[in-house]
Ligand binder design. Sequence first.
Ligand code: F6R
Length: 609
Amino acid sequence: MCGIVGAVAQRNITPILIEGLKRLEYRGYDSCGVALHTDGRLQRSRSTSRVAELEKQMQEVGLQGFTGIAHTRWATHGAPASHNAHPHFSPSSDNARIALVHNGIIENHDELRAELIALGYVFQSQTDTEVIAHLVDHLYTGDLFETVQQAVKRLHGAYAIAVFSREEPHRVVAARQGSPLIVGLGKGENFVASDAMALAGTTDQIIYLEEGDVVDLQLGRAWIVDVNGKQVEREVKTVHAHTGAAELGPYRHYMQKEIFEQPRVVGDTLEGVTGIMPELFGDEAYKVFKEIDRVLILACGTSYYSGLTAKYWIESIAKVPVSVEIASEYRYRDSVPNPSTLVVTISQSGETADTIAALKHARSLGMENTLTICNVATSAMVRECKLAYITRAGVEVGVASTKAFTTQLSALFLLTLSLAQVNGRLTEEEEAAHLKDMRHLPSAISAVLALEPQIMAWAEDFARKENALFLGRGMHYPIALEGALKLKEISYIHAEAYPAGELKHGPLALVTEEMPVVTIAPNDALIEKLKSNMQEVRARGGQLYVFADVDSRITSGEGVHVIRMPEHYGCLSPILHVVSLQLLAYHTALARGTDVDKPRNLAKSVTVE
Ligand code: F6R
């Protein structure tokens, strides 16, 4: 989703801006642009192609400068077209005084647009961002810092902005409310960006701006005022951000690489766990876990499905009631808060706007015991929560989440055991058995990865379909949901998931000979029930594609295709079964020739509502 980089320096900052944009590419975008202060004028270059193309374009015209801003845009208001790409200029392209980039959504943009049109401003784009550029120009007093403080008072909604003026060549002003923004401090130069990773290699001295902050970046100073206009000091942190995406190595796509990294990253996430103890989640965890008597999980998308899986674990092993809510729904509905709730947010990026807003909403309802399972230690989510467990998936580049999911599940299983222990529900023998299973997970996942050639053969069939059903039961129902999500995201095949017992209550009407039905068949207590559900599909001519545990006694036959999962893995079985579904989605997308790592319309880090 939108990414911002800005710099004020005494050297040509083009390489810093371009490198920053490249590091933000993983978030997903459909256009990009850079504006620089050059020879007393504001100049810009924009592209609806990749950042590398923008870089070429800038080299061709020799665009350089000491002060500037850059942006990757994920379209919300207005199509992904070059006239909608940021930076936006005001009062006009030929006579630009103000250049501005924005991440977020301005809710009162219609009202402001009408006001600015009445003042004579001519709009070049359909974006809500251009409204802010004209507003800043309209209010401009000759002091950009002061002007931006006035302008943001008129904005409703979420924003992170960076802006500079033709008339103040060594100044960039930035502000945030509801969207992430950080400041990077250099020697005689300063930077602003959506996250610390964008500045990796440029500076590791990072300030995380707080809600309502406005920052004045000049060569030798970075002054911040808070939401009340009062000058404030914010803590400077040394952040060793990941230096971006690793090499692809022998893989064709990052998604494939990330699927194959799972044995290692699950091992890394559980590394050092030699015993179950609440302190794995933070110093205060024991006290918090003792205090709470229920769990509320808030997340979106794939992270939501890991939460749904955890509900099965926590309720059956720790005997603590769990509700799991889609963050974007929870924040807007009337719920019944209970202060003795442990609020758990799950997020790969730690910056998902809906999840952060849901977390704040939960806190505003008096639920102060918060924990996050997150892949980015420096993210807003980690900073907002009392307790945290950092998964060690590493940078996930593919938009479709894979290794983040299995590491989340690993962390959630640890949380389950910790809650069970605090509640006196975990014997030493059980603890030892679970630890043994967790240690074996990396090699169990590797055995599933070895099924790739068989899954590739299935993918050929799937690539020709436009619909698919996924069935699972119990804790494998969320895995069926995740398998269907992966398939739709990257192959664009319409896929639905159901708990298998629900089939006859409606979706069975969809089953014909044309319908592939992926069935997750672990050898658990529900296997005989599942076999009956499979018969219901076969009786209607549906084609079953079954991932069956080795000892589940399901065999291939007419209309029944079976891939044998190497071993039955008890509670941790969802972590193995999802890997086979990831491979199925990946190879189906590959056969259909889609842009696997950057599926259409999707962004990696969803920082707007
Ligand atoms: C799907 C996917 C998304 C994310 C969702 C939440 O493959 O990646 O559904 O899971 O946007 O993102 P995070 O986990 O960063 O909060």
